[in-house]
Design a binder for this molecule. Structure first.
Ligand code: TYD
Length: 133
């Protein structure tokens, strides 16, 4: 998978409460090496203005809502995540930022790599020149 993709996750509807999940390789196109989450985001804050050289990610709004804005070096696309049974796959080398967090929103992020600061591209101009050659 080389383009950002919204993936519908299974939803096991139950009067006791619903259940959703993802697993590799059925819903998730990579094996998970790391899980982190973003929470308690003050109104108006933006997280994650950067790209990754190699890392792939999958993001789920477990609670509340937020937008993931992806830039491929030329075009920008906004994905609004507001259901816990949808996930957004982000390939490597997409500039991404998370914004418009609702109160009490919870962003779950799984990655195919452990944390490595050297994998970050933190300058947008550097990202564009690496991406566009
Ligand atoms: P960063 O990825 O820059 O946050 P943002 O979502 O705003 O882009 O990470 C913020 C800080 O947290 C940074 O100092 C590195 C640290 N961090 C880890 O130690 N491990 C992790 O898995 C992540 C995602 C961040």
């Amino acid at each position: 998978m080389i383009t950002p993709t919204l993936i519908s996750l299974p939803k096991i509807v139950d009067p006791r409460g619903n259940l959703s999940f993802f697993e590799h390789p059925n819903q998730l196109p990579f094996e998970i090496a790391r899980t982190y989450w973003i929470y308690d985001v003050p109104g108006g804050e933006i997280r994650g203005s950067h790209a990754f050289r190699e890392q792939q990610e999958f993001i789920v709004a477990l609670s509340g809502s937020f937008d993931v804005v992806l830039n491929d070096g030329v075009n920008e696309k906004r994905f609004s995540l507001n259901r816990s049974y949808n996930g957004l796959f982000i390939p490597k080398m997409y500039w991404r930022r998370l914004e418009n967090f609702s109160t009490n929103s919870l962003a779950l992020i799984v990655s195919d790599k452990t944390y490595d600061e050297n994998d970050y591209i933190r300058g947008f101009e550097e990202f564009k020149s690496l991406k566009n050659g």
